[in-house]
Design a protein around this ligand. Structure first.
Ligand SMILES: [Zn+2]
Length: 408
């Protein structure tokens, strides 16, 4: 793909495509068609996801209605209670949640939600956006099933500007009214096989869904295009290890596509490596590789970067992306990304558009990724040992909420 063809793909997919939506399906079909144009046959593989349609979501604080979006899959009902802003999770603050509608900073993760439930909160408010942005956008959030575990209290998301105003004014009483239909829908992975000479294979992943306000150009049409570029480089060439490309659905909803795929543990036994792309090709920023496997791979990638003249910051860690369910099932995994400084590119909002991306940087990043994949695919013996060290396992436990991080 040349830079013009690369940028055309961003133009063709400049729309919101949340996991499980018709737009996500439209993008899946687009990717399948792109593969077909290279003479490759990809398949759309559906998997079930929780869905909801909000009928009404109202937040009233001291008689004033605050613009909000209701949390999907957080049940229906109405609750009125004192309003409380939980600034931290210290023993001084947590008990004050009792019987209140509680506003928190940041994402509502598993442990924060447990804190709210255990301390008797009756509703919750989160906020996103930025007080310095011109917009008053509100992201559409959901109460993920692995967070709620069936225990639901109503919640809404608001814009940071209003959140700050509520605290400035010393708000006293809030009412949340939420009404929604919850049901099971469908998201999809797009899977392309390029068999090798052996039974064993490498899985390459990149998600193609976006969050509710975002065209997801940088996060992660860039990675989706990266996989197309890698696939193209193998067309008509034989290679030792097989390659399976998976454009994952519903990553933004909690890595759901990768998790659904990784349920088949028997099939994963033949997988020697997972190479994941999540956010590459941005105009500004540095290239990173995060290895969820033995330390040796970090050195290998570092050396390759030096050899090819590409600066790479390599770490042994867990990356918040589709590589993680693979690593968790024992498959050595590496995620590649180019990380934009936040003042030149942010994600999960309306500002993540193709304006953040350059065809030239995409081509340069893909060149490196092709070289790395070619080496792994043609290795006489895949050099990455099938090992997940204890230090990485510990990080997986924390990331996947089986264990609580000391810091919260
Ligand atoms: Zn992403």
């Amino acid at each position: 793909m040349n830079t013009k063809e690369i940028m055309q793909i961003f133009e063709d997919n400049a729309y919101v495509r949340t996991g499980g939506s018709d737009q996500e399906l439209r993008c899946a079909e687009y990717i399948r068609e792109k593969c077909a144009q290279m003479g490759l046959k990809a398949q759309i593989t559906p998997f079930p996801v929780d869905m909801a349609t909000i009928q009404a979501a109202v937040l009233t604080v001291d008689g004033q209605e605050i613009p909000c979006k209701g949390y999907l899959c957080a049940g229906s009902g109405e609750v009125t209670a004192p309003f409380y802003y939980l600034r931290d999770t210290s023993p001084a603050s947590l008990p004050q949640c009792k019987g209140k509608i509680v506003m928190i900073d940041g994402y509502l993760g598993y442990w924060k939600y447990r804190d709210l439930l255990e301390n008797g909160a009756v509703g919750f408010v989160t906020y996103d956006g930025n007080i310095n942005y011109a917009d008053e956008d509100i992201d559409q959030r959901e109460l993920r099933s692995y967070v709620s575990k069936g225990e639901k209290i109503p919640g809404v998301n608001i814009n940071a500007k209003f959140a700050m105003e509520l605290i400035r004014k010393g708000s006293k009483t809030a009412t949340i009214s939420l009404k929604q239909d919850e049901y099971v829908g469908e998201s999809r992975n797009v899977i392309l096989d390029m068999p090798g000479e052996t039974e064993e294979y490498i899985i390459l992943t990149a998600h193609y869904d976006s969050t509710s306000l975002s065209q997801g150009a940088y996060d992660n049409m860039t990675g989706a295009v990266g996989l197309l570029g890698i696939a193209e480089s193998f067309v008509g060439k034989s290679h030792r290890y097989g390659l399976r490309f998976i454009w994952c659905g519903s990553e933004e909803r909690g890595l759901l596509g990768a998790k659904a795929y990784c349920q088949d543990e028997e099939a994963l036994k033949k997988v020697v490596l997972n190479i994941n792309l999540d956010m590459i090709g941005c105009i500004m920023g540095n290239f990173i590789a995060v290895c969820s496997t033995e330390e040796a791979l970090t050195h290998y990638i570092q050396y390759m970067g030096l050899e090819m003249g590409l600066g790479i910051r390599v770490s042994q860690d867990v990356y918040s992306s589709d590589s993680t369910p693979f690593a968790d099932k024992g498959v050595p995994a590496v995620s590649f990304a180019r990380i934009s400084p936040p003042n030149t590119g942010t994600i999960h909002n309306r500002y993540d558009t193709m304006a953040l991306v350059s065809g030239e940087q995409m081509a340069a990043d893909i060149d490196f990724l092709v070289a790395f994949t070619q080496r792994m695919a043609n290795a006489v013996c895949c050099p990455v040992k099938r090992v997940i060290p204890d230090s990485v396992k510990e990080k997986l436990d924390i990331y996947l909420c089986r264990k609580r991080d000391k810091n919260g």
